[in-house]
Design a protein around this ligand. Sequence first.
Ligand code: GDP
Ligand code: MG
Length: 356
Amino acid sequence: MPWFEPVVTAIRELSSSSHHGLAGNSENPVANLSSLTLILSKKEASNLERKIMVFGQIVIGPPGSGKTTYCNGMSQFLELIGRKVAVINLDPGNDALPYECAVNIEDLIKLSDVMNEHSLGPNGGLVYCMDYLEKNIDWLEAKLKPLLKDHYLLFDFPGQVELFFLHENAKMAIMELMKKLNLRLTAVHLVDAHLCSDPGKYVSALLLSLSTMVHLELPHVNVLSKIDLIESYGKLAFNLDFYTDANDLSYLQYCLDQDPCAAKYRKLTKELCDIVEDYSLVNFTTLDIQDKESVGNLVKLIDKTNGYIFAGIEGSAVEFSKIAPSWNIRGTCFVKGIKMDISEGGNIKHERSPHP
Ligand SMILES: Nc1nc2c(ncn2[C@@H]2O[C@H](COP(=O)(O)OP(=O)(O)O)[C@@H](O)[C@H]2O)c(=O)[nH]1
Ligand SMILES: [Mg+2]
């Protein structure tokens, strides 16, 4: 039964009772509304309660784009604004997790075991793991059920991009979960902002984003991650808006013509840019996971796409006022080979990485 069925039934009942002069009052819509609320609350509240909507995000993107760091930072941010968050690690290749995960795919299947037993490389191993997850979706469903009542879900997925624009297994696993558990999920697709520094790489980021959007068919937000590092890649050919809006890609051609290698593929690049423009679906938002304003803006956008803001969740309007002024992500990250340990108070300790 769709979630709106009780509302429709209540409206029907109300209109039929108004014909008999019982509860309906055409001159007083407020009275009608209160009758509707009464019918709903008495008869259907329990149904609506049972069909509770659960919100969350599916975090995807190429390896190294910052998915695990994002889940860590995002969960800390959401907890600060008062949401209960559960992070679900579905990437069997994640070895050191910076967050405490509520569900870990490692409890179901280990990438190293798959690679040894089936003589597969890491890519083949991950495809196998996603296939295995789809076939054992009941395992994940059972693990998620206790969290559904009051948690916001963050799914940390593997970085093999073909899983999300080519293969069906990860998509089928997501769809099945959404249907069975009444989940409202937004795909957050992270792309390293570094790709803006090269026109050819930027075109590939556009294509990847478009094909992932078309394949997954979910509410979707494309994010240029690690935007704090963008200046360190040198001066961009255009200002940042050009890359985030992805509106008039013909300007890219001029840059590509300067590079003899890229100029060879002029016609191909033009056709690819035309496809992206014709669909008119791709744009990006930027993210520095250590900046609370940047994370907050992204949360507001995601809340609109998955419907969190429309669900009338108690207190959601005041959530953002709860953000501590000194919010900083806790954990470790490497920035240009420098290890940055960020403490809760926001103090940053620098130390050179052993493997720059
Ligand atoms: N400067 C900076 N570094 C980041 C940011 N997000 C992630 N990183 C770093 O990027 C690297 C890869 O991140 P990770 O979360 O493991 O990527 P994943 O493979 O997509 O899960 C790590 O060294 C992170 O510390 C960011 O917003 N800014
Ligand atoms: Mg990861």
